[in-house]
Design a binder for this molecule. Structure first.
Ligand SMILES: [Zn+2]
Length: 451
């Protein structure tokens, strides 16, 4: 051990440790909650306790899920900080960033951010950061939100589903981006174009195909073109949330080649599920933008491989079962949102391995990628100086999804009964095992940038 490595309080070793330089046998020494060293598996005996993972376990970096709707306060009956973060930890996610809606108040002012932080304090099982929101008229609030630690601003270009978080028009989007550029922040966009959706045939009844036609790919592409245009004009950083339409990949790739500062995420359900398989009336599959056809999903995987899509995050967005209208199965009336924070890793891994991607790629998409986009420099990788957020993952163990074993407030899920690969056996947060009865997560604030 080099002399500048501080004494460790814990070491975890495994035959397969997923590091930024590849997977290899290693011992990870933890000191004061951070990774002090990633050394040889057989490093000499030391004073600290050594945890040796089982032969079928891989040590992964704790995942970062930058797209979670916690909804507390105000709609805590939809999802709350305690249940959401417990589900996250059980799914190998050690950091979430909360979306600025559907809580009341929405996180559109420094005062609202304070309320959210007060409510979250003392009940989170993983580390939690907060996105702010950009809505019409709140631009005077944005500098305070950024100053107080919001990681960026989320905006809609179409009805958000809740009245207290209205969408921006194109001029409003440009204003938000100008502000983001001045504050060295970023704007995250729900990219569906209101006019394009408005001119599509309306969703009606229980048929999934009718719902799918009501949220066409063209609406996503039009909105993404508008985001690209605003990012190009302002020089601001933009991030496309929950990309579903594969036809948008070409414009995104072209914009990036031109130097436009734009990134994109997709979600487990767009990668692992297909419109062709969705039964009529199965509103647990409803989300916006919608799950599209199988061929579309294949192109999203290709964009992940090519680095055009940067990360995979859950968009965990639950609601009470009555709002999902399971009884009548009406897609137009049902709330749009899929609960999956606890299942995101096995859902993605099951499909990734089938397509020949290694766990290193999954860690890149679900840990390092979201950390990079949010500016969480100390998260998302097993590397010295990073927080010791770690996961013992058994990639070859299968299981059948039993909703009764989900910690989400509402277990309604499109994955019920699905056979998945990959079991999270243990999770460590800053070097301490996460347990269900000891909420030791911290509330994170975006650091001031040095540059
Ligand atoms: Zn969302």
């Amino acid at each position: 051990m080099p002399p500048d490595v501080p004494p460790a309080e814990l070491a975890i070793r495994a035959r397969r440790v997923v590091t930024p330089d590849g997977t290899r046998p290693a011992m990870v020494r933890v000191s004061e909650g951070r990774i002090a060293e990633v050394g040889p598996f057989d490093a000499g005996p030391d004073a600290e306790p050594v945890v040796t993972l089982a032969g079928d376990e891989v040590l992964l970096p704790g995942l970062v899920d930058s797209h979670v709707h916690v909804n507390e306060p105000g709609r805590t009956d939809w999802e709350g900080f305690a249940s959401a973060t417990r589900a996250a930890a059980a799914g190998g996610i050690t950091t979430i960033i909360d979306m600025p809606l559907n809580s009341i108040p929405p996180t559109t002012s420094a005062g609202a951010l304070r309320v959210k932080r007060e409510v979250a304090a003392g009940q989170v099982h993983v580390d939690v950061g907060f996105w702010g929101g950009a809505v019409p008229g709140n631009s005077p609030e944005v500098p305070g939100l950024v100053r107080d630690g919001a990681f960026g601003m989320k905006a809609f270009l179409i009805d958000s589903g809740v009245p207290e978080f209205p969408p921006l028009d194109q001029a409003g989007l440009v204003t938000a981006m100008e502000q983001a550029a001045a504050l060295d922040s970023l704007v995250l966009v729900h990219a569906e174009d209101a006019a394009a959706v408005g001119s599509a045939p309306p969703a009606g009844g229980t048929g999934y195909s009718s719902f799918l036609r009501s949220r066409p790919a063209a609406a996503e592409i039009a909105a993404i073109e508008a985001v690209i245009d605003a990012a190009r004009r302002t020089g601001a950083r933009a991030h496309v949330l929950h990309l579903s339409a594969a036809d948008a990949i070409g414009p995104l790739a072209a914009a990036r080649r031109d130097g436009v500062r734009i990134t994109a995420e997709t979600c487990p359900h767009y990668l692992a599920l297909a419109a062709e398989d969705i039964p009529d009336g199965a509103t647990e599959y409803k989300c916006c933008p919608p799950i599209r056809e199988r061929a579309n999903a294949g192109r999203l995987w290709a964009a992940l491989r090519d680095g055009i899509i940067d990360c995979v995050v859950s968009d965990h967005s639950p609601c009470p079962p009555e709002l999902k209208r399971r009884g009548g199965g009406d897609f137009a009336a049902a709330w749009g949102g899929i609960s999956s924070v606890q299942l995101a890793l096995p859902v993605v891994w099951t499909e990734a391995r089938r397509r020949g991607f290694p766990l290193d790629d999954v860690a890149g998409w679900m840990a390092a990628g979201p950390a990079r986009i949010a500016g969480l420099d100390g998260k998302g990788a097993i590397a010295p100086g990073h927080d010791a957020d770690l996961v013992a993952f058994a990639p070859d163990e299968g299981f059948v999804v039993d909703p009764a074993r989900l910690y989400h407030r509402h277990p309604l899920t499109p994955y019920a009964g699905a056979r998945l690969d990959g079991v999270v056996r243990r999770t460590w947060l800053r070097g301490r095992p996460v347990s269900g009865d000891r909420p030791e997560g911290r509330l994170l604030a975006r650091r001031e940038r040095a540059s």
